[in-house]
Design a protein around this ligand. Sequence first.
Ligand SMILES: C[S@@+](CC[C@H](N)C(=O)[O-])C[C@H]1O[C@@H](n2cnc3c(N)ncnc32)[C@H](O)[C@@H]1O
Length: 282
Amino acid sequence: MATVIGAHNFAALKAVYERPSLRWILQPRMQLTFSGRRMNLQSKSSDEVEGSPWDNKGLLQSQELYRYVLETSVYPREPEPLKEIRAITANLPDFYMGTTPDSGQLIAMLLNLLNAKNTIELGVFTGYSLLLTALTIPDDGKILAIDSNLESYELGLPVIRKAGVEHKINFKHSPALPVLDKLLEDDKNRGSFDFAFVDADKTNYGNYHERLMKLMKIGGLIVYDNTLWYGTLAMPEESVHKLMRSERSYLLEFNKFLAADTRIQISQVSLGDGMTICRRLF
Ligand SMILES: C[S@@+](CC[C@H](N)C(=O)[O-])C[C@H]1O[C@@H](n2cnc3c(N)ncnc32)[C@H](O)[C@@H]1O
């Protein structure tokens, strides 16, 4: 039986589906058809699934399994204000930019384990990861949050205010690099941050890394989002949509660079769109 996803946000959903990586994940198991402005997604029966059961290695082999994780372990524990931000974000054409709730759950645990108080975020969008951080750190904790787009931040701001955590946030409407450079001019900022979440323009990750390494405490964490770039890193370039290629090439090099950087301990986790957790060692 076909599941009707519906006409709402049709163009955005279609664009997401048409990402080569998602097609690659879905096609072996799902049949997608378009009728008018409706999009129907239908599971194939197990007899219809082509290839061997081991063809698609990896932990999350289907959307159903991802939905299972979200519905069983993530949504029941997701704070109400985060659900609200997610609902606001879901109506935007670029809704897919929001940090995924399963990644958020891990970020919150890392913040708690570190007892993080002084944090920095590059790439805020509507504020899912920002609000998550603000809800997690103590009342006197601080987040320096930087985004070159004010409009999307303002969409989530009423929810942040209602949650009573705005006082922890210092939002800078700016490209991230000049703000980091300015921070580095003052010696007291060096080695002062416990935690950084990096989710802005991917092709600047290397530039952010060098600056953040100076700003983090020894033992502090830098978390980079999207380091598996919709699964395209393990795909031949010609099968990747043109719009995704420059980030793909950049992240291929950046992931190698992080793996070789002896100043950090790393773990690349396949949550959300892939996150690399880096701990400053010296
Ligand atoms: C993937 S979204 C961030 C998602 C966010 N972490 C969340 O939880 O919803 C990326 C954001 O980075 C911002 N951005 C892109 N390039 C930037 C730059 N050079 N400096 C600062 N922000 C930038 C964009 O405006 C966008 O809001």
